[in-house]
Design a protein around this ligand. Structure first.
Ligand code: PGA
Length: 265
């Protein structure tokens, strides 16, 4: 049974004060929603404050990126060792990291390995660009990104039964042309690519792991279109950008996810 999962990626938005205010606005309502794993991913500087605010609630915390070394002379970087004291999840390979900051496949692979080695659960993002989509290369690109990101990782690295903090992997399918554009993929398109990702994972590891793995859709998800995605059994949840910065919107997305998944179970 895959537990539905919704994460809010706040990107480079909110000061610490604004982040605290946003958490106050949504925490009580989010906390009440059962049957969905709920994760907030604020900027690094707000992690400490929000970690304290989430204490005793069912809402979890994630970071938006990290470096792959645990410590040393890497000015300006944040390590898995620092993050694991504060949060359980870390978004890796987001397209904005890939295209603006040079996080190529090999770097994403190192980061996924480092996250798992440090008991952080990666939310690995993959997705094709518009020109790749139009050239019919979606599967080729996704296959390359998933295969490269998981290269050299043994299934044993994902032991959710471990006594310590769980080590899990989430994949988010985020077509680049749908991110922040208001032009979401259709439910069918997203479900088909997510099924393809599951097949790729089954080939790399095995069918059991592939069936257990939660795969999300991301790209212009709102409370008005979440139902279209979540009604597909293949789609386990959403990675939400813009709409996660509005308390009412994000709570609406999480509540609908809980209701719909319960109904189609
Ligand atoms: P968006 O971003 O919801 O604003 O399109 C999604 C993401 O980049 O994770």
């Amino acid at each position: 049974m895959r537990i539905p999962f919704v994460a809010g990626n706040w990107k480079m938005n909110t000061t610490v004060t604004e982040a605290e205010r946003l958490v106050i606005e949504m925490l009580e309502k989010l906390d009440r929603v059962e049957g969905v794993e709920k994760v907030l991913c604020p900027p690094f500087v707000s992690l400490v404050a929000i970690n304290m605010m989430l204490h005793g609630s069912s809402v979890k915390l994630g970071a938006q990126n990290m470096y792959f070394e645990t410590k040393g002379a890497y000015t300006g970087e944040i390590s898995p060792l620092m993050l694991r004291e504060l949060c359980e999840f870390v978004i890796l390979g987001h397209s904005e990291r890939r295209w603006y900051f040079g996080d190529i496949d090999e770097i994403v692979n190192k980061k996924v390995k480092a996250a798992l080695a440090n008991k952080l659960n990666p939310i690995l993002c993959v997705g094709e660009r518009l020109e790749e989509n139009e050239a019919g290369k979606t599967e080729e690109v996704i296959n390359r990104q998933v295969t490269a990101a998981l290269n050299g990782i043994e299934p044993a690295a994902l032991s959710r039964s471990s006594d310590e903090v769980a080590k899990d992997l989430i994949i988010a399918y985020e077509p680049v042309w749908a991110i922040g554009t208001g032009k979401a993929a259709s439910g069918e398109q997203a479900a088909a690519t997510i099924q393809f990702i599951r097949d790729v994972v089954a080939k790399i590891w095995n069918e059991t792991i592939a069936q257990d793995l939660r795969i999300l859709y991301g790209g212009s998800v709102t409370s008005a279109n979440i139902a279209e995605f979540i009604s597909h059994p293949e789609i386990d949840g959403a990675l939400v950008g813009g709409a996660s910065l509005k308390a009412e919107e994000f709570v609406g997305i999480v509540e609908q996810t809980a209701e719909i998944k319960k109904r189609i179970k």
